[in-house]
Design a protein around this ligand. Structure first.
Ligand SMILES: Cc1ncc(COP(=O)(O)O)c(C=O)c1O
Length: 339
């Protein structure tokens, strides 16, 4: 991220335990940011600062006390979510996604008794589509009817490279069924290991106790620095700058791929902060990704994101840290490996 220069104010070192729910300033800033940028009105008392998305997911799984109940996940979907729910002993059902996002009717057909759905409505991971309004309403209606919970994984927040990001699913939730999780991993850096979760007001007390006993918030100094970054308006400016930069890099990548792609390899633009190339059925994306490592290229294979066959073979090419000078040669090399 771009450097920000400013005068550092010296604060006295705190001598007590920090609030296990997170730094009050950061929780206040996050609540204000979410109201402005994600259409989600919440009180800072509903916000918990966590160790990224995974820290929040662990807290949510424990706090919802769902035991061995059923959970829907998106297919394809984030492999770590699937593993986490499995490790917690939940019965995981893969629900297909289509152009409108998670197919709620398919979820009801295959696992009608599920008590949890984990979704990426802003930009589906990894395919990139935004969940449509009818699907959002259907999912919320299902949760209400079934006394079930929804975890919204909003890992890209406003980093929507085409147009404006849709408001959070939690902004439509009148019944207190959605736990909204955000992360600073993509918007600032994964090295921070910082994220947050907004829980419905009735759950704030239980989650506060859980954080105090089992999962206190990450290092206070990091939280305070990020709170200041938000308070002084750097975060919003940084996101705007990154959106422009990543959109330009994606356009360059698409142009380079277009120059070397062949009929057997299809290039798709919409995939969050990645460009996706689809490989023929007989290819192994895992194998291509492994061989690419020898050339210092690190595409992510697509097939491990699928639970049910047929698993689409493809590669996800991140656009955030491209070396534009080497790009034409890298694209040629990658497509040679993929053929
Ligand atoms: C779907 C999805 N959710 C969440 C995250 C971020 O997780 P964390 O905040 O734990 O780094 C990622 C990172 O790649 C992701 O792909």
């Amino acid at each position: 991220m771009a450097a920000v220069t400013k005068t550092v104010t010296k604060l006295p070192a705190p001598v007590t335990y920090p609030d296990p729910r997170g730094d009050p300033e950061l929780r206040k800033e996050v609540a204000a940011y979410l109201g402005l940028a994600r259409g989600l009105r919440c009180n800072p008392s509903q916000v918990l600062v966590t160790g990224g998305f995974s820290g929040a997911l662990g807290l949510a799984i424990r706090g919802l006390q769902l035991g061995r109940m059923g959970a829907w996940i998106e297919d394809p979907g984030f492999p770590l979510t699937r593993t986490a729910l499995g490790l917690a002993g939940m019965a995981v059902t893969a629900v297909p996604v289509d152009a409108e996002g998670l197919d709620v009717a398919a979820g009801v057909r295959s696992a009608p008794g599920a008590k949890l759905a984990v979704v990426t409505p802003g930009q589906q991971a990894p395919l990139g589509m935004t969940m449509s309004l009818p699907r959002r309403l259907a999912l919320l209606a299902w949760a209400r009817r079934s006394d079930a919970w929804i975890i919204e994984d909003d890992y890209l927040s406003e980093l929507q490279l085409k147009g404006r990001a849709a408001p959070a699913l939690a902004s439509l939730d009148d019944e207190g069924r959605v736990l909204h999780i955000g992360s600073f991993s993509k918007t600032i850096s994964p090295a921070l290991r910082l994220g947050f979760m907004v829980v419905p007001p009735e759950l704030s007390r239980r989650f506060g106790e859980l954080a105090a006993c089992m999962a206190p918030a990450p290092a206070a100094a990091v939280q305070r620095a990020v709170a200041e970054f938000l308070r002084e308006g750097h975060y919003i400016r940084h996101l705007r700058r990154m959106k422009r930069l990543y959109a330009a890099r994606r356009a360059t990548l698409l142009r380079c791929l277009g120059e070397v792609a062949s009929d057997s390899i299809k290039v798709q633009a919409t995939a969050g902060l990645a460009v996706m190339i689809l490989l023929p059925e007989f290819a192994s994306d895992v194998d291509v990704a492994l061989r690419a490592l020898q050339f210092c290229l690190a595409p992510a294979p697509l097939s491990p994101w699928y639970m049910q066959p047929p698993r689409q073979q493809g590669l996800l090419l991140g656009v955030t840290n491209l070396n534009e000078r080497r790009l034409p040669a890298d694209c040629r090399r990658l497509l040679e490996l993929a053929r």
